[in-house]
Design a binder for this molecule. Structure first.
Ligand SMILES: Cc1cc2nc3c(=O)[nH]c(=O)nc-3n(C[C@H](O)[C@H](O)[C@H](O)COP(=O)(O)O)c2cc1C
Length: 405
């Protein structure tokens, strides 16, 4: 908690949760934001009617801002070919999507992503996906894409330029805010992580060097959207692997983003590449992934490596709270809590601890009406069971959904 944060009673904290607030000039009607959850509702890379309805229902349910999950900044920044990438060919559809969500009462953020060296995109234009260092590309095995190449200095400049262009485009189609993905093992996280970044040039080694590209990206996005447009950044406070980003370093990473002018930091954790369960907690997703995997090679890889990658982390509410509080103490920018916030008690605790916003993933998948319901009922608790079966639906033809309700 920042030193000047007043002690709030439960009622005052809940009042704060359901009262308006401003994020770099953007009026938000309450403190609840839909977390980016890749929807898989953009077949062949085009936003579908289902995507519009998915976010429209969230808007109807009272969320202050919804986030379009994983908007790749370039064609090769996609993990697979059914992801959106930001280019002028989508102008009309994306403008309509954003306008529809606005009509239904919610603001819209776009999560800017680049997969780096972690891809199974069959439409990849480069010979291989590219990350900070040459490595195995675990995701690409099924498609014969076994390796990722190390980016050259020119590749790095190109990536910065791609973020800039994507940000100009996204602002022009009506997004109210942008969220740069610095976490979860994707491209920028691969640079921040000492585990995946083994470069010997000025982009590798010390934290200053590993943050050079992420900070260049933040500066490029800021330059693209101007000083009065909200930019959030989602970080992994830990990768949950030896030699990776850890909680102490995350405090310093947050300070660097804060000093560089980010408006809000989303304090997540884990990586899709090495340790996803620390991000979710609860029921392990490995059995679902094994059951749905059609490719024999990938099935074998999952069988061999699955146990060490998909470790068990029991679920409890607010599982990132203690570590996120350390970041609250270290930075001046606004802070977004994420991870197991499911009840009015949780919302009150988070507001009292000095967080500005709360991002919700699975609980909003299980019930898009959650914000309206919790505003009416101070005893509200989400029905989400953290079974994590929704994570397994990420490749389903109809897109993600809650399998239980
Ligand atoms: C189906 C699904 C898809 C997800 N896709 C993304 C994504 O595209 N980008 C991202 O940053 N996080 C993604 N996440 C992680 C969530 O944003 C969030 O960090 C996580 O679910 C923990 O929050 P929760 O306890 O409120 O669900 C996804 C989560 C789920 C359940």
């Amino acid at each position: 908690m920042t030193p000047n944060t007043p002690q709030l009673s439960r009622q005052q904290a809940l009042d704060k949760c359901f009262s308006p607030s401003t994020l770099n000039g953007l009026e938000l009607k309450n403190r609840l934001i839909k977390a980016g959850t890749f929807e898989n509702m953009s077949p062949a890379g085009r936003p579908s009617a289902a995507l519009r309805e998915f976010h429209g229902r969230l808007a109807d349910g009272g969320v202050a801002m919804t986030t379009i999950g994983y908007c790749a900044v370039a064609a090769d920044g996609r993990l697979n070919e059914n992801m959106l990438y930001m280019h002028d060919g989508l102008r009309e559809e994306l403008s309509e999507l954003v306008a529809e969500i606005h009509r239904r009462g919610s603001k819209v953020s776009g999560q800017m992503g680049h997969c780096g060296g972690f891809s199974k995109n069959r439409e990849l234009r480069a010979r291989r996906p590219k990350g900070p260092s040459f490595t195995l590309n675990g995701l690409g095995f099924a498609h014969g894409m076994f390796f990722a190449s190390a980016m050259t200095a020119d590749d790095i400049d190109t990536m910065v330029q791609q973020y800039h262009q994507a940000a100009v485009f996204m602002k022009s189609v009506g997004f109210d805010a942008l969220e740069i993905h610095f976490g979860h093992g994707y491209g920028l996280c691969q640079f921040i992580s000492p585990k995946t970044n083994r470069r010997k040039d000025e982009y590798g080694g010390s934290l200053d060097n590993r943050m050079r590209l992420p900070l260049r990206v933040l500066a490029a996005v800021r330059d693209a959207v101007g000083s009065d447009f909200p930019i959030l950044g989602k970080i992994s406070m830990t990768e949950g692997v030896r030699g990776g980003i850890h909680y102490d370093e995350a405090v310093e990473i947050s300070r660097m983003l804060d000093r560089a002018g980010i408006d809000a930091i989303v304090c997540s954790g884990g990586t899709s590449t090495m340790n996803p369960m620390i991000m979710f907690r609860g029921d392990n997703i490995l059995p679902t992934l094994l059951a749905s995997e059609r490719n024999r090679l990938m099935k074998l890889v999952l069988k061999l490596a699955g146990k060490s990658m998909f470790r068990d982390y029991p679920y409890h509410d607010l599982y990132f709270l203690e570590q996120a509080k350390r970041i609250r103490e270290a930075v001046d920018c606004q802070l977004v809590y994420i991870g197991g916030a499911t009840s009015c008690d949780n919302f009150a605790d988070l507001m009292a601890a000095g967080f500005d916003y709360i991002q919700l993933g699975r609980s909003l998948l299980s019930d898009p009406e959650l914000p309206n319901r919790s505003a009416r009922d101070a005893g509200f608790r989400s029905r989400c069971l953290h079974c994590n079966e929704c994570v397994g639906t990420i490749e389903s033809p109809q897109g993600i959904y809650c399998t239980r309700f």
